[in-house]
Design a protein around this ligand. Structure first.
Ligand SMILES: Nc1ncnc2c1ncn2[C@@H]1O[C@H](COP(=O)(O)OP(=O)(O)OP(=O)(O)O)[C@@H](O)[C@H]1O
Ligand SMILES: [Mg+2]
Length: 263
C-alpha cells in the first residue's frame, strides 16, 4: 500500500513555476522534513497537499487514494491536519474554544446549534461532553492547563504556536503538516516543541511532515529530508546524506541557520 505519496507535482503562478515535478513518498509514522531557502516552495507544497491550491499537474495519494482535487475540508476529513506559518487561530477566543473548533469535523449536531434543539438536547450534550474530553486530553498532552481559559490573542507567541498544534491535534490526525512550528521561538520554547512533536509521533503514531528553517532541529528529529530550491527537488535522504550534498550546502550558503552552522 502507498501510505502517502506526492507524484510529479507542478504549480505555476502567473507563468512562474513555484513547484516543478516534485515527487516523494512518506512512510507511516515517519517524521519527514521539507527544507529549502526562503521562497523555495515549501508552503506552496503544503497548500497543494491540503487543497488550498490546485496543482497544474501531478497527484497526491493517501492510503492508495487520490486526494488531489479535494477541498481543504475534505482533506481534513481524511485526517490530514496542518498548522500555518502565520498562526491561524481565533485570537478573541479562549484556548479551549479554539481546540473545540478544531473538532468541527466530528461534530454531528453542531456545537452551538445543538444546545438550541430541545428534541436532541441530551444527545448534543453527550456529544459535546465527548469532544470536551478529547480536548482535555490535548490540553494535558501539551501542558496548556494554565492557559485553557485565556484569550489566545493575549498569549505569548510561543504558547500560541502550541495552541495551534493542539487545534490540529483536535482533528485526531493521521498526518500532521507542520509549517515552521518553531519559527519565532526562543530556545526553551523550541526544546518543548521538539519534545511534543516527538511525543505526538511516538505516543499517537502520527506521521509528520515538517517544514522548518532551524537546521539543528531538522537534523535531530527527522528520519528523512527533502530539499527543494526554486521549486525543484535538490535531493532527498537521511540527515547524514543531505548534510553532505554539495548542492544543498551551496543553496544554504550564507543563510543564518545554514547547514554549515550545524557541522
Ligand atoms: N498565491 C500565490 N500567488 C503568487 N505567487 C505565489 C503564491 N503562493 C506562493 N507564491 C510564490 O511561490 C514561491 C514559493 O513560495 P512559498 O511561500 O511556498 O515559499 P516557502 O518555501 O514557504 O518560503 P518561506 O521559507 O519564506 O516560507 C514564491 O516565489 C512565492 O512568491
Ligand atoms: Mg513558507
Amino acid at each position: 500500500m502507498t501510505y502517502f505519496k506526492v507524484q510529479s507535482l507542478c504549480i505555476s503562478f502567473g507563468g512562474i513555476e513555484a513547484l516543478r515535478d516534485i515527487t516523494f513518498e512518506v512512510k507511516k509514522g515517519e517524521i519527514y522534513a521539507i527544507i529549502g531557502p526562503n521562497g523555495a516552495g515549501k508552503t506552496t507544497l503544503f497548500n497543494c497537499i491540503n487543497g488550498i491550491y490546485k496543482p497544474g499537474k501531478g497527484s497526491v495519494v493517501f492510503k492508495d487514494k487520490e486526494i488531489q482535487g479535494k477541498r481543504p475540508d475534505q482533506v481534513a476529513k481524511l485526517k490530514i491536519a496542518r498548522t500555518f506559518q502565520n498562526i491561524e487561530l481565533f485570537s478573541h477566543m479562549s484556548t479551549m474554544e479554539n481546540l473545540m473548533l478544531g473538532r468541527h469535523n466530528f461534530i454531528r449536531t453542531g456545537l452551538f446549534r445543538g444546545a438550541l434543539m430541545w428534541g436532541r438536547r441530551s444527545f448534543a450534550g453527550k456529544e459535546e461532553t465527548a469532544h470536551r474530553r478529547k480536548v482535555e486530553e490535548i490540553i494535558d498532552l501539551l501542558d496548556l492547563q494554565s492557559v485553557r481559559n485565556k484569550m489566545v490573542g493575549s498569549l505569548p507567541y510561543g504558547i500560541q504556536k502550541q495552541v495551534e498544534l493542539g487545534r490540529a491535534l483536535a482533528l485526531e490526525p493521521e498526518i500532521l503538516l507542520l509549517d515552521e512550528p518553531c519559527a519565532g521561538m526562543n530556545s526553551e520554547e523550541k526544546q518543548d516543541m521538539i519534545f511534543w512533536i516527538k511525543d505526538i509521533q511516538d505516543t499517537l503514531g502520527v506521521t509528520i511532515l515538517l517544514i522548518e528553517h532551524d537546521m539543528k532541529m531538522v537534523m535531530d528529529i527527522s528520519e528523512r529530508i527533502l530539499v527543494i530550491n526554486f521549486g525543484s527537488m535538490i535531493t532527498e535522504g537521511s540527515p547524514q546524506v543531505v548534510q553532505q550534498n554539495p548542492e544543498v550546502l551551496r543553496a544554504y550558503l550564507g543563510e543564518e541557520n545554514g547547514i554549515g552552522a550545524v557541522a
